[in-house]
Ligand binder design. Structure first.
Ligand SMILES: Cc1cc2nc3c(=O)[nH]c(=O)nc-3n(C[C@H](O)[C@H](O)[C@H](O)COP(=O)(O)O)c2cc1C
Length: 361
């Protein structure tokens, strides 16, 4: 076999958020409804994860100790390093939430400036922050000044094509002490349509002097990651939908970075084992009844990625008791992937996103 060279990365050294050194440059991008503790744990066990971040958490709801927010920030010793992503438009509440999280023990706090969903932008948070430079700088400064842990910001390129504000924000964030910025290379108006704009991410990389820039969007394979590094010059990459389709991707990227090649993602049986493990963690956290009900959304992606027949997938969704779940998992396991060898490589899975105008998400 031909010897393979490791890739040349634009910034090969370790990635630091402030003084915190990340174990790798491949991060889990927050996906509301999916990147919960059970999912972060299984990705970490497979290896290669540099940082796990929660789904977005409302700063206001957190300060009211809402049950949902407290569930979202739940963590465990294996879930490190770990960031909580907060959103909101009120600087005083964002500051209080950040201080609460620091005391709670998070390693880093991420501010959501990218979410295009109307419910979030209506509160002045998410991508609405990209339209109000002064208020946004004040809000981010209040959070940075309130805590010792590194504060990062995740944003889109801008509100729309006529307002590409991410490079300017990134430069100013660096000056007020933000430890890193993550850029999803689309505008808010784009939603999830079209392809990610790598030149736009590059402009953000060029706008800052020393903080790491995390490139994000559409990375599903090693080739996508290589393109992201080469075209944008970014320091690190965060992966959302690609991790849902293939939780092995972080480990594969680290292998590729160090040796130039990587092992395959898990087989059908590996994924079955992972399913059971994640479901177990989820059930421990939620209890059996809620666990079964709330895991259905995640199970849908597992079973699709495993090429389980529609019939068995539907049967899984109808299972209500631990015995029923066990019975259908046994059937799924025995049936194997539809039309394929159970040891073979499963085809790549495309995870769709909400469609239609972003105003109506
Ligand atoms: C279902 C779903 C939920 C998401 N939730 C969040 C979120 O809570 N916070 C956030 O910053 N981004 C969120 N995003 C955006 C992703 O983190 C990421 O920026 C985007 O999906 C592009 O990266 P990807 O192609 O690797 O998925 C979400 C995306 C999807 C599809």
């Amino acid at each position: 076999m031909e010897p393979v060279e490791p890739p040349q990365l634009p910034h090969p050294g370790p990635i630091y958020y402030g003084s915190m050194r990340l174990p790798s440059r491949y991060l889990i991008s927050p996906l509301a409804g999916y990147t919960n503790l059970s999912f972060r744990r299984v990705c970490r066990e497979l290896g290669g994860v540099g940082l796990g971040t929660t789904d977005l958490v409302s700063a206001r709801a957190l300060m009211q100790r809402s049950w949902k927010s407290l569930q979202l920030i739940e963590t465990c010793p294996e879930d490190r390093p770990f960031a909580v992503q907060i959103f909101g438009g009120d600087p005083a509440i964002m500051k209080d939430a950040a201080q609460y999280l620091e005391e709670y023990g998070v390693d880093s706090i991420d501010i959501n400036m990218g979410c295009p969903v109307a419910r979030i932008t209506a509160s002045g948070g998410g991508s609405a922050m990209m339209c109000k430079a002064n208020e946004t700088m004040h809000l981010v400064q209040s959070v940075v000044d309130a805590v010792r842990v590194p504060v990062t910001v995740k944003m889109r390129l801008g509100w729309d094509d006529t307002q590409i504000t991410a490079p300017q924000f990134a430069r100013e964030f660096e000056q007020i002490g933000v430890a890193a910025v993550a850029i999803h290379g689309r505008t808010r108006a784009q939603g999830f349509t079209g392809v990610v704009n790598l030149d736009g991410i590059r402009q953000v990389v060029e706008a800052v002097e020393r903080i790491p820039v995390v490139g994000n969007g559409d990375v599903r394979t090693i080739a996508d990651a290589e393109r992201m590094f080469q075209v944008t010059g970014c320091h690190a990459i965060s992966i959302g939908r690609g991790a849902l389709a293939n939780p092995w991707i972080f480990r594969q990227l680290v292998e590729w970075e160090t040796t130039g090649q990587c092992g395959p993602p898990g087989s059908f049986d590996d994924r079955m084992q992972l399913f059971r493990r994640q479901f177990g963690y989820f059930e421990d956290q939620q209890g059996p009844d809620r666990g079964i009900r709330l895991f259905r959304k995640m199970a849908h992606w597992y079973l699709k990625a495993m090429r389980v027949s529609a019939e068995l997938r539907n049967e899984y969704q109808d299972a209500c008791t631990p015995d029923e779940v066990e019975a259908v998992l046994a059937k799924i396991s025995a049936a194997g992937p539809k039309g394929m060898n159970r040891d073979g490589r499963l085809p790549d899975l495309h995870v769709p996103v909400p469609n239609g105008p972003v105003e109506r998400w």
